[in-house]
Design a protein around this ligand. Structure first.
Ligand code: SF4
Length: 379
């Protein structure tokens, strides 16, 4: 099972309640960003280019609990930045677990092994470890040689200590589907509970603007990766979101489904774009011009976006929004398909890995002193 039954039940009853209350726009997962600073500087990241004083700022546990209570989602994802650099992260996680929220702490796992003792295993807590592929691909993606080995040490230590461990993998242009599939094998062998995979997004601020995927390329790549699956592979994304990536379903974005709260407030309209901030979740819902976002809107910023944070909630909403959606999803769960596809196999056989450039390391923000840089990265 990709997620515990209790989690699936909690989410299903929550969504049904929203439907019965007639709520058209309801949040599903809170993206809680308690800080932006990180101990990596990945080329595709749009979060770590802030000036030093912003990178040093962080949400307090009380800010986090207030945001969670305001929007009421059953699940909380904690990206960043690197959450393990937040000195009060154990307190934040314990507070969320006490509130019976299913927490996915997204970490690059560089500090996981050494900080593991600060957390308690719980069915409510998963370490969602950022691993972008096999060793060479991951190190290239995070611009740090040796990053993969440290992350996997963290994964193994957390699994051995009884924690739920999942992985999240972001794919950019140039990813090799055969290698991604080998990566899935490695993660399952390492004992992770389940995996999540999503295309990257073209952040305006990201230093590497040349390796983001267009929609047609994304669908082709995900068809190659996710068809002809091995039965051992477990994914924690909704099956219809996975079909969306493979070009078998078409969903519009529901940006309110995974709202983002950070040191700036509630981000409009989604995790990826920054068209202003609201002070409260209700203000976010009421004051955002939602019709300006999503592929149908014609907004060029949304044209190529297929990311998990915009579209998985759409799949869940479809699941509960009609009899057809419910029956389709029920069928996927009861008779899990391995998606046999000869064309996809041919794609895999003929795929030639692209040559990748040497590792690049992002510059520190302009004006950052050496001491500031050390205090930002936690080194
Ligand atoms: S399509 Fe992507 S960028 Fe546009 S609102 Fe949705 S999640 Fe954000």
């Amino acid at each position: 099972m990709a997620v515990p039954v209790s989690q699936a039940w909690t989410v299903a009853t929550y969504v049904l309640k929203q439907k019965l209350m007639g709520r058209k726009k309801y949040p599903l997962v809170l993206m809680l960003e308690p800080l932006f600073r990180c101990n990596l500087a990945c080329a595709g990241c749009g979060k770590i280019q802030y000036p030093a004083h912003i990178l040093k700022a962080e949400l307090s546990p009380e800010d986090c609990f207030k945001a969670v209570e305001e929007c009421g989602t059953p699940m909380v994802s904690i990206p960043g930045g690197e959450p393990l650099l937040h000195p009060q992260m154990p307190e934040i996680v314990a507070g969320l677990v006490a509130r019976k929220k299913y927490v996915y702490m997204c970490t690059n796992a560089l500090l996981l092994k050494e900080k593991l003792h600060l957390f308690k295993p719980s069915k409510y807590l998963s370490f969602s470890v950022h691993v972008d592929g096999q060793r060479e691909h991951h190190d290239f993606s995070v611009c740090r040689e040796g990053g993969y080995d440290i992350a996997m040490e963290g994964v193994r230590a957390a699994v051995a200590a009884g924690f739920r461990v999942t992985t999240n993998t972001t794919l950019f242009d140039g990813a090799d589907p055969n290698s991604v599939r080998a990566h899935f094998d490695e993660m399952m062998t390492a004992g992770v509970e389940s995996m999540m995979v999503s295309p990257g997004y073209t952040y305006d601020k990201a230093p590497d603007q040349n390796h983001f995927l267009g929609k047609a390329k994304s669908r082709r790549m995900f068809r190659a990766i996710l068809s002809n699956r091995k039965k051992e592979w477990q994914f924690n994304t909704h099956p219809l979101f996975s079909e969306f990536l493979m070009g078998k379903q078409n969903f519009e974005c529901t940006p309110w489904g995974m709202p983002t709260f950070s040191i700036f407030g509630w981000q409009k309209p989604c995790y990826l774009l920054q068209d202003g901030y609201a002070d409260t979740f209700q203000e976010l819902l009421d004051s955002t011009k939602w019709e300006n976002y999503g592929a149908k809107s014609g907004n060029p910023q949304c044209a190529n976006c297929m990311v998990h944070s915009g579209h998985e909630a759409s799949a869940v909403d479809y699941n509960f929004g009609s009899l057809k959606g419910f029956l389709t999803t029920a069928k996927r769960y009861m008779f899990a398909s391995l998606y046999p596809d000869e064309g996809a196999q041919k794609l895999l056989n003929e795929w030639r890995p692209e040559h990748t450039s040497p590792l690049i390391q992002i510059q520190a923000p302009v004006g950052t002193t050496k001491t500031e840089l050390q205090s930002i990265s936690g080194d």
